[in-house]
Structures are given as C-alpha cells and as structure tokens.
Design a protein around this ligand. Structure first.
Ligand code: CA
Ligand code: CA
Length: 584
C-alpha cells in the first residue's frame, strides 16, 4: 500500500486512475472468490469455498499435517455460540476464505467469524414471516461464495446475497411462495458465474425445479422443473417442457407432483454436468398416481449453461415409501472410467457412468431392504418385493389401507448427510442408518399449504444395539470394509483427509475421527449438543484446522416415531467448534 501512495504523488493522472483501482482492491484485503477458485477448491488447502469441498463433492482434503499419528492430541482452538433463544438443528457446512469463516445456522441466520480468534465479524438474521412451512426442522446447510458475495437461502424461500465484508444485503430474490409450502434449506451451488438452487416442499405438493441465476445480480437465467409436463425457461423464453406430458403421470397429478430438489447439487467439470437429486413424487400414497412419475426420486444430470436435462437415473420408480433421491451424487474415477456414486434413501448404493447415466453396479449398503430384492443391472430398474402399503380406496371403510412393515424407513438408509470419498483408500464413507417403519396409506386431496401425504407411519429401530453406522464402502466389490456402530441415528456429514482420517459427528455430541483404512476410533470430543453438521478442514499459518457446527435437531426428533422417543434425552444447541493441534 505504501508503494502505491508514493506513486500517487509523482505519476500522471492516467496512471493514478489505475493506481486507485489497485488500492480499492487492496482495502478489501483479498480478491473475491472466482470460478477458478471454485473449480480448484478440493486442491487448495487454505480455503473451503463451496459445498462438498470441491465441486464434485468428494469431501476429501489433501492435508496431512493432522494424521493418524497425532490426531489423538487434537484440541479446541475456539468455539462460537450462535446464540438466540431458538436453537434446533445445525446442519451447515462452514465455508472458509481469506481468514474468515461463513457459517449458516437454524432459523435462516448466517455469521461471519474471524477464523483465527473466533470473534464475530457480522451476523445476518433473516426476518422470517409467521406461517413458514419447513417440513423437517428450521435448518440451513450452508452458503455459497462468489466474488465479494455470500449467498444463502431462507426458510421463506428467498435467496439473499450479502457483502462478505459488511454483511449488508446486495440483492435478494424470491424463489417461490412460502404459503404454498416452498422453503429453502440447502447450500447454493456456483457454476460458471451462476448461482444454482433447488426448492424444498415435497410434503406440500410443490413442484420441484432447479434454477440458475446470475450470481452477481440475482437475475434468473434458466429454470428447469423436475416434474414432467412443466415448462422450462432460458433467458426469459420458453425452453421446452420437462419430459412428455402424462407419459408417466396420470391426469392432473403432475401439477402438484413434488420431486423437490431440496438437498443441493454437485458439479462435474469433466462432463460439464450438474448432478441434482429429486425427492418423492407427491402425494406419498402411490396408488393415486400409477406410472414411474418422472423425474421424481432421481439424479438429474443438467447442462449448467441451458438447464437442459442431459440424462436421468431414477432410483425408485412410482415411489411409495418417500425414498427421496435428493442426496449427493459424487463424481469419481475407477479403473479409468468416469463414474458417479450415490447412496440412496432406499438402501442401495448406485454406481453410474457419469457421461450417460447408465447403471454400472448397485448393491445394498444397509442390512435390511424389504421393498426390493435387488436392482436389475440390465434394465437399471429395481426388482420389487411385496412391500407396498395397501390402497385405502380398497379397504373396508375406505379410510386406511393395509399396513406394511418396510425397511429402510422413509428417513432412509442414508438421508441428506453427505458421504465422503478418499482417492487414497478408494473407499466411500457412508453415514448410514438401520431402521424400518409401519406404513399405511390414506385418502388425500391437494390443498394449498397443507401436508400432502396420504400416508401414516411409525419409524422403529431394527436392532437393539445401534441405529447409526458409518460404513466404509468399496465401490469395486460392493463390500463394507469396516463399520462404526452408533446408538443414535447418524445425521451429520463426513470428511476424509490425506492424513488417513475420516471425521463425522454423532447426535450424542461427539465429533469423532477414525482411521480411514481400519475404522479404528482415534479421537473424539464432546461438543455439548448433537453434531449433525458437516466438518471441514483447512490450513492457516502452517497449522491444520477442523471445524464443525454442533446443535441437535433435524428430521429425526420430528418424524422419528419410536426412534425419536429413544433419543428424546438429547439436548439442543447452537455453536461452531474449531480444533487444531497444540503448538509444539
Ligand atoms: Ca479449497
Ligand atoms: Ca420427501
């Protein structure tokens, strides 16, 4: 800065203009986050600039300062309270850039924190109206960084871009009508200057879609509905309907067809495709909607430039169990092939060719799957077993269909919480759960802003000694190489590192580190409330840091039936914990 101000006195006016530009960049301390920073995020160890720790979402860090030899010495560097009277689930993945941490919290809050000291730089509390309709707790899973903006979505279905230095609103866009059941909880994805988002609300008969906006202005570029029959738009013009009207949906049900895109997406630069998951078709009662009900319970591969669906793979055709296929599809390479992996709520682990969506392999990653005997590798379709709840219109009183017990429960063999992949061990680390449900169907008609299920249920544990299981899955053999069993259901994300470590949290309050090869527990720390957030790691001043939000909540206490009763003793909270090794 001194050099530039010296020049100011001696240089001609033409150059002074250039100099002042440099100075204004200088006062912001660092350049804003660029597309290149986002593409390279997995390799750059000083920051974490997007959801998934790299656009492919592998959640793997090449850092090894912290490793299997020294992780036992890991201690807190500082902790930060989200404050407030209301706490609930803290499911965020923090972002780290330029010495600052950006972390979202329950009730649509976001904090900027000094990464060295834990001091608050600013806090933004979104003003939420009465009458929001979040199905599954008031969570938020994270923000996106682009240029000098921090962008995050809110429970009243808005997208807000804040100045990263001041926390002031730069732009704000309404995604949709919260009174119709739309909300927003996932982390936005940035691809080539666009901020890409989905919507929540599949339990209210909304229509799922993926939108792309100019990240700097919020202006809509394209929108792609995820239910067949609905029109897409590109640059303000119609860009064709999704699928073919009434090909897989009867009558008018596609108009309230669900397929919510509520868990965010990943981007694969190799194929220039976004992988975005879709939730259950609405309503839950599948007898009302014979057909595959595209594009529900699928991974969609979308062209980020136009919003065109390039390929799709549907996990649960005519879903009758609320097996949302929303969670992550991760690009990885095996045997020289470009593949993608997805561990579905329905209990199967899928390996797809990521260039065309063709099924390569599918195998169970949980102990009990009642709804299907397997996946036909030729057709890519499930081999269904007899586990559909009865049709209420065929029951004696017309009010309640035959009850079935089916595993996994609708909370899934795995839910939203993202797994990690280590290119060192070539294993996926999957936060799985073992539970089933009594399930029955009821008559239902759509009413705006009302739950649109047509089903009843009670979730039950399958085993006495555990529900949660962190499993190391070999994508080549389909074998579970090791597992860690946890009493309560696992509900947090996973992080793998080149130091041979795998981190994940437990509802009992621990952040734990495991040996990536053997599953041996090497370290744990009690954070004071359940850990259902996503851990990240970065390097600062030659030291490696690990951060994770703490705060029990999410869907389990609200929807978990007998499991919710079992874990009723767990206390809520709201804080960010940051760890490092003591200085030598
Ligand atoms: Ca990075
Ligand atoms: Ca659902």
């Amino acid at each position: 800065m001194l050099i530039y101000s010296n020049r100011l006195h001696v240089r001609p006016a033409a150059l002074i203009a250039g100099v002042s530009l440099l100075c204004s960049v200088g006062t912001a301390h660092a350049a804003g986050v660029t597309d290149q920073d986002i593409i390279n995020d997995a390799q750059t160890t000083a920051d974490v600039v997007g959801w998934g720790i790299g656009p492919r979402g592998q959640r793997y860090s090449p850092l090894k300062t912290l490793n299997t030899e020294n992780v036992a010495k890991l201690v807190p560097a500082w902790t930060f309270s989200f404050g407030g009277e209301k706490q609930r689930g803290q499911e965020a993945q923090p972002l780290v850039h330029d010495g600052k941490i950006f972390v979202t919290a329950s009730y649509s809050r976001i904090f900027a924190i000094d990464a060295k000291t834990g001091e608050e730089l600013w806090q933004y509390d979104h003003r939420l109206p009465d009458g929001i309709l979040p199905c599954c707790d008031v969570v938020n899973r994270g923000a996106a960084l682009y240029d000098n903006l921090v962008i995050f979505g809110t429970l009243d279905a808005q997208l807000v871009a804040l100045d990263r230095d001041s926390g002031k609103v730069v732009w704000k866009e309404k995604l949709d009508d919260y009174k119709a059941g739309y909300s927003f909880t996932s982390a936005p994805l940035i691809v080539k200057g666009k901020v890409i988002t989905g919507v929540s609300g599949g339990e209210f008969g909304i229509v799922g879609r993926v939108d792309a906006r100019d990240a700097k202005t919020g202006e809509l570029i394209w929108t792609r509905p995820t239910v067949e029959g609905h029109m897409g738009y590109l640059n303000g013009k119609e860009s064709g309907i999704t699928g073919e009207l009434n090909a897989t949906w009867p009558g008018d049900l596609w108009k309230t067809g669900g397929a919510a895109t509520w868990a965010g997406g990943n981007y694969d630069p190799d194929t220039n495709l976004i992988f975005w998951g879709t939730g259950n078709p609405a309503p839950w009662n599948a007898h009302t909607r014979p057909g595959d009900n595209l594009y529900s319970t699928s991974t969609l591969a979308i062209d980020p430039d136009t919003g065109k669906i390039v390929w799709h793979y549907q996990f649960t055709p005519n879903d009758g169990w609320d097996y949302d296929g929303v969670n992550e599809t991760i690009a990885f390479d095996m045997d020289g092939k470009k593949l993608a992996a997805h561990a579905d709520r329905n209990g199967f682990f899928y390996i797809l060719d990521r260039s065309n969506g063709k099924l390569v392999n599918a195998f169970p990653f949980v102990k009990q799957i009642d709804w299907a005997k397997g996946i036909d590798l030729e057709t890519g379709r499930p081999i269904e077993a007899s586990a559909r709840a009865g049709d209420p219109s065929k029951s004696e009183d017309g009010k309640k269909g035959e009850v079935v017990f089916v595993a996994p429960s609708f909370l899934g063999g795995k839910n939203w919480m993202p797994m990690a992949y280590s290119p060192d061990t070539n294993l996926f680390y999957v936060p799985a759960n073992e539970w089933g449900m009594d399930l029955w169907n009821e008559p239902i008609t759509y009413k705006k802003g009302a739950a649109y299920l047509g089903a009843g249920f009670t979730i039950k544990p399958l085993f006495e000694d555990y529900i949660g299981a962190l499993r190391a899955v070999d994508p080549k053999s389909g074998q579970i190489v090791w597992e860690y069993k946890n009493d309560a259901p696992l509900w947090g994300g996973v992080l793998a590192t080149a130091g041979g470590l795998v981190f994940t949290g437990t509802p009992e309050g621990y952040l734990k580190a495991f040996d990536a090869k053997t599953g041996k527990e090497l370290w744990k720390f009690q954070t004071g409330s359940g850990v259902v957030g996503c851990p990240v790691t970065w390097e600062m001043d030659g030291e490696q840091f690990v951060a994770v939000p703490s705060g029990w909540g999410g869907a389990v206490p609200l929807w978990g039936g007998d499991v919710a009763k079992k874990v009723k003793y767990l206390n809520q909270g709201g804080s960010l914990w940051v760890f490092k090794l003591p200085k030598a």
